[in-house]
Ligand binder design. Structure first.
Ligand SMILES: Nc1ncnc2c1ncn2[C@@H]1O[C@H](COP(=O)(O)OP(=O)(O)O)[C@@H](O)[C@H]1O
Ligand SMILES: [Mg+2]
Length: 391
């Protein structure tokens, strides 16, 4: 089939499926396509587009859209929910805390875009699509936002829950409307929590409809124009169909932060209260290790509010917090080895009494004494090169 024939076929398909909004979008695309080669045809199609008023709800202009885009945001006909959330941030947006390899990968992704011309001159396209995988609260959505800000384009977030909750039977065309919209302008599109589709698929509903949605999605990933960047994010790698994985140019794994990143995160979230809590930072790093950035942030903000209101001293607050994380009698919270390490850290870095330390870690004073003296012996041995006899 030649180009015109395939356009005609596509138009027929959309028209017969009564996907009026898709027909409009498609015709709009044709107008642009033929404007230079066949201005009369383009003019005529444009006229038809304009004379038949758009379905009011669908093309409704979002009055206070936070961006200065000329295009109205697509809205679901039935629910009136805006299908796309918009974020427009300046390039001075703070970079999320990222593991080194991840930072490397993203930096290349951004450079490919900035130097797209250079790549093109060598016959190469930039990465068109990437999927972010990892547990909740480690910065997948945040990073998408940051990438868009670095590229100086808006981020559109497609809320798949909104798409899915709109009447079944319309989800397919809703999805397509939103995707078409995003394809028309330079932007980053994030399909957030893409597992919403997979989840729904496994627990019933209209299997046929969900299959169709998935098909739409997969086609889009395949055909995404190199002018845009398509991102997806999921907390549930195991729910994602392997067919989806394969489609993306890049798979990026997000993990819960390692110790150094936990420490950086604590400092960042403490902000101007950094000095107030500085003597607790190593302790908190130890206790927070293994948690997500958003969990860490939530607790730190709570500390700051409590101290700001004068409801507790930082010492009481942190003591109580450590105890809740380390030792609740009758319940294993932290492994014994971890509690011993914590007790040693507390006795080295704070003025807490051994009694208090024992109380909040559940490690006996004898054990604490044993480990702290062992450690100081070892330290003296290495620093002086001879055994220490004083203890
Ligand atoms: N890597 C990170 N660096 C800094 N803050 C983070 C990071 N990851 C998460 N946060 C904090 O947690 C919040 C939630 O993160 P989010 O990006 O929504 O997580 P996810 O999409 O992975 O579930 C963010 O708004 C931010 O305040
Ligand atoms: Mg998220």
């Amino acid at each position: 089939m030649n180009d015109v024939q395939s356009d005609l076929a596509q138009l027929t398909r959309l028209a017969l499926a009564e996907q009026t909004e898709d027909v409009r979008l498609f015709v709009a695309r044709l107008v642009r396509k033929y404007r230079s080669t066949d201005p009369d045809l383009a003019e005529r199609m444009n006229l038809y587009l304009r004379t038949k008023a758009p379905r009011a709800a669908l093309m409704r202009k979002v009055a206070s859209a936070p961006i200065s885009s000329a295009q109205p945001l697509p809205v679901d006909d039935e629910s009136r929910l805006s299908l796309l959330k918009v974020f427009k941030d300046g390039p001075d947006r703070e970079q999320p805390l990222l593991a080194l390899d991840l930072e490397e990968t993203l930096s290349q992704l951004i450079q490919e875009r900035r130097q797209a011309k250079r790549l093109a001159s060598m016959g190469l396209n930039p990465t068109r699509s990437a999927i972010f995988v990892g547990p909740p609260g480690v910065g997948k959505t945040l990073t998408a936002r940051w990438v868009a800000s670095q590229l100086d384009v808006p981020l559109y977030v497609l809320d798949l829950t909104a798409v899915m909750s709109s009447l079944l039977g319309r989800s397919g065309s809703n999805l397509r409307t939103a995707l078409d919209f995003a394809k028309r302008s330079p932007c980053v599109l994030l399909l957030d929590e893409i597992d919403a589709i997979a989840k729904r698929r496994s627990d019933d509903a209209d299997v046929g409809e969900l299959k169709r949605l998935l098909t739409v999605l997969l086609q889009e990933v395949d055909e995404w124009p190199a002018t845009g960047l398509l991102l997806a994010a999921t907390n549930h790698a195991e729910l994602i169909d392997p067919a989806i994985w394969r489609r993306f140019d890049l798979v990026i794994h997000f993990k819960v932060p390692e110790m150094p990143a936990v420490k950086q995160a604590i400092k960042r979230f403490l902000g101007s209260d950094h000095a107030l809590f500085s003597r607790w930072i190593d302790i908190l790093t130890f206790v927070f290790h293994g948690e997500s950035f958003s969990d860490i942030e939530r607790d730190i903000q709570r500390f700051r509010r409590t101290v700001a209101l004068g409801r507790a001293s930082d010492t009481d607050l942190i003591e109580e917090f450590i105890k809740s994380r380390a030792f609740v009698p009758g319940r294993t919270v932290m492994e014994r080895q971890g509690r011993i390490e914590l007790a040693v850290l507390l006795s080295k870095q704070t003025h807490m009494s051994q009694h208090t330390i024992s109380d909040i870690t559940g490690v006996s004073r004898d054990t604490i004494r044993k480990y702290t003296s062992e450690q100081s012996t070892a330290a003296k041995k290495t620093s002086k090169g001879k055994p220490d006899n004083s203890s």
